[in-house]
Design a protein around this ligand. Structure first.
Ligand code: FES
Length: 263
């Protein structure tokens, strides 16, 4: 069979066919949905983070996760860890945690696959040629920094603890729909964080015999079960984060009132 040289040099050559792909199914649908979904979420989150208002409901101590922990001098009673930062249009209220959260999500193994396909077309789908002439994988700058994911995982654990504290803090005012939304979000955030591939390696990696580590084996089994649903959890947490933020924004802006069960 005649073959063509693979763009970028190494590896096996591609069969010399003129068609761009032989796939006849709707292979473009998944990257398109990913492009629209991630694009919409990033747009919403960016607008909200730099809105600098409607992030806290003082009556019920609801703090949106996009502003947690709140650290600038406009935080008022939402500032549980002090206000070391000045309020400034380009400084998010959660300036110390958002970069780590961004790093955690950007370097996540699932999101990498998703945005490499949907945004960089590298490649857009299996058996569809790469949208670029060259390919160096994650071996060079800047993508070699994807290896920072294992460190971002530790930061994400700390941030999940802070989000859990926010839910506990709000619970002291009674029970409303906002509390249930906060708890659902925290639960899903923990599930996503614990299902991380780095977490699975930390729990069960570097061992020769599971039989000598029964506790780690049980934990690894649990993490592996969640890990198999990592993609779903990645999307679910985008949804719960946006829903939690929108609900708190609506309450803070007085578009609607909280449904209370216990006051
Ligand atoms: Fe997705 Fe670690 S692999 S969060």
């Amino acid at each position: 069979m005649t073959t063509a040289t693979r763009p970028g040099g190494g590896g096996r050559a591609r069969a010399a066919i003129t068609a761009r792909t032989l796939r006849t199914d709707r292979w473009w649908l998944a990257p398109l949905v990913t492009f629209v979904g991630l694009g919409a979420w990033v747009t919403y989150a960016t607008v909200r983070v730099f809105m600098h208002q409607w992030f806290f409901v003082e009556e019920y101590l609801y703090l949106t996760p996009f502003y947690s922990p709140c650290l600038t001098d406009i935080c008022g009673p939402a500032a549980e860890f002090g206000t070391p930062l000045p309020s400034f249009p380009l400084i998010p209220e959660a300036a110390f945690t958002l970069p780590f959260l961004l790093l955690f999500r950007l370097t996540c193994y699932y999101y990498r696959k998703a945005y490499y396909r949907a945004f960089w077309l590298s490649p857009p789908a299996c058996a569809v040629p790469d949208g670029h002439k060259t390919y160096s994988g994650e071996t060079r700058f800047p993508l070699i920094f994807q290896n920072a994911h294992r460190w971002a995982f530790y930061a994400a654990v700390v941030i999940s603890v802070i989000n859990t504290w926010d839910a506990v803090h709000a619970q002291t005012t009674g029970l409303g729909l906002g509390n249930l939304i906060l708890w659902a979000n925290v639960l899903m955030l923990w599930a996503y964080t614990v299902s991380c591939h780095s977490c699975r390696h930390i729990i069960g990696g570097r061992m020769k015999h599971f039989s000598r580590h029964p506790v780690r084996y049980r934990l690894w089994t649990f993490v592996s079960m969640l890990n198999a649903r990592h993609m779903q959890l990645a999307w679910i947490t985008l949804g719960t984060l946006a829903l939690t933020d929108f609900y708190i924004m609506g309450l803070a802006a007085e578009w609607f009132t909280d449904l209370r069960f216990v006051n």
